[in-house]
Ligand binder design. Sequence first.
Ligand code: NAP
Length: 244
Amino acid sequence: MEISFAGKQALVTGAGKGIGRATALALARCGARVTAVTRTQADLNSLVQECPAIVPVCVDLADWAATEAALKDVGPIDLLVNNAACTKLQPFLEVTPDQFDLLFNVNVKAVLHISQMVAGGMKARGSGGSIVNVSSQASQRALRDHTVYCATKGALDMLTKVMALELGPHQIRVNSVNPTVVMTKMGRLGWSDPEKAQTMKSRIPLGRFAEEEDVVNCILFLLSEKSSMINGVALPVDGGHLAC
Ligand code: NAP
């Protein structure tokens, strides 16, 4: 399936590493003008070296005011990928308030904030648009030591649905992808232990973790006109894990 984003402006958060970085590069390859947002300047430097057309923005998305200042001049955006997220493994009884606040700030509140800015512009221009939130199988499956992360992704799925409901009349579609484990920096944090990894893989009918490309392809599809009647879905990219 040929997908072209020629003439489109895209913004990807968490574009320094992992799935976000691969998404930014794929969007650029498909012709979009890409703004890449992340908090580590060195990642942006290497990204721009790899693809000089990408516009870098360095900001910590946990900081509402700094995000507003950093993004106020990015211009009209047609395609938004809310990908940035963080996690910290803590058993339920040891969850700390600082980690609760940090994860909800980045994984949920920043998505709301950036989406308000971007969708507000789409609505004002009457241009429509497409937004993809990167959620997780963790929104629908309890994972040990992932209390707050699971809770943020559950919240993100419901945020996606309400955004789809309210923004749909403005021809702005909002969907999420919900991957299983991908061995990025975040994936390695939770699943490097071979025993844990094997237990998780045994619950995935296809018997393997996802690759970055598996997730990126689904994000591109949901951003594109090929999915023009799809709005408000949480698309598992999980080899069947959530089906059983
Ligand atoms: P990753 O390799 O850790 O990359 C995350 C990116 O987001 C990094 O560039 C990171 O920057 C950036 N980021 C994190 N906090 C930020 C903040 N406060 N401000 C700005 N940028 C920030 O993670 P990933 O695995 O690619 O995850 C991408 C998305 O997929 C996330 O939403 C994650 O929840 C979801 N997901 C991942 C998996 C998995 O197994 N990997 C599975 C399901 C869903 P720094 O490195 O500088 O912090």
